[in-house]
Design a protein around this ligand. Structure first.
Ligand code: DGL
Length: 260
């Protein structure tokens, strides 16, 4: 059995495209519909209720487009995954569990830094999972990285990263979780401060998990050609296009949609 429907993927902005890039590589025959909810970005400084409302609205929109599965390519929104699962029975996948599991399997000294938005750090979700696995978390809220990236990097990324990471650089962790999907875009700058530790991004572990789910539920596409990638924003499409020049997979021109 197979299913040729779209896979829905969303984030508050461009960060989730780091996940989508991996998914397109891992699933070349699948077709994806991506929503950057830039009309409501950033999520990371909103209340849990406000974030939950966006999760529910975007899920309902994706369901109207008949997607077969949804990947929440945003950690802040993944914390509120229950709001998506409350309105659908199709698989809804969080980036948090697979990314955390990969980091736990990677660390040798059992000390892991978690860089995430204010809201994700406040929720304690990563810290609790790491402590349960016998790992010491070193949490750091970095919501300002999101503003920097969404604004096309108007100032020096290295300066912002160096300033923030100075707070944790001597903590002795051997692994760092990009607990916000935007943050892997700053990995080169982070390496200049923290050196050659393990950097764990959400894309690959989430893709591995998606593979298991699609297989288990007979949802793998039967299509053998190249899948398509549609990208939508709830913000300004021409502005968004300028900030995603690094996103290489072939995709339709960015279009604006309303999701209210
Ligand atoms: N990319 C999102 C995440 O993974 C959050 C960005 C935001 O604050 O909107 O958490």
């Amino acid at each position: 059995m197979s299913d040729n429907s779209l896979i829905g993927v969303f984030d508050s902005g461009i960060g989730g495209l780091t996940v989508l890039e991996q998914l397109v590589k891992m699933f070349p025959h699948e077709s994806f519909l991506y929503i950057a909810d830039q009309g409501h970005c950033p999520y990371g400084t909103k209340t849990p209720e406000e974030i939950g409302d966006r999760v529910e609205k975007i899920t309902l929109y994706l369901l109207s487009r008949k997607v077969k599965a949804i990947v929440i390519a945003c950690n802040t929104a993944s914390v509120r995954i229950a709001r998506a699962r409350a309105v659908t029975d199709i698989p809804v996948i969080s980036v948090i569990d697979p990314t955390c599991a990969k980091a736990v399997g990677t660390t040798k000294n059992r000390k892991i830094a978690v860089l995430a938005t204010e809201s994700t750090i406040k929720s304690g979700v990563y810290q609790n999972m790491l402590i349960k696995s016998g790992v010491t978390p070193v949490p750091l809220a970095c919501s300002e990285f999101v503003d920097y990236l969404e604004n096309g990097g108007a100032v020096s990324g290295e300066k912002i990263v160096r300033y923030k990471l100075s707070q944790i650089k001597d903590c002795g962790m051997d692994t760092l979780i990009h607990g916000c999907t935007h943050f892997s875009l700053l990995e080169d700058e982070m390496k200049k401060v923290l050196g050659d530790i393990n950097y764990i991004a959400c894309g690959q572990p989430t893709g591995e998990y998606l593979k298991q789910i699609l297989t288990q539920k007979n949802l793998v596409t039967g299509f053998t050609g190249n899948g398509t990638v549609e990208i939508y924003t709830t913000g300004d499409a021409s502005r968004a296009e300028k900030t995603i020049s690094w996103f290489k997979p072939a995709h339709s021109p960015l279009k604006r949609i309303e999701v209210e």
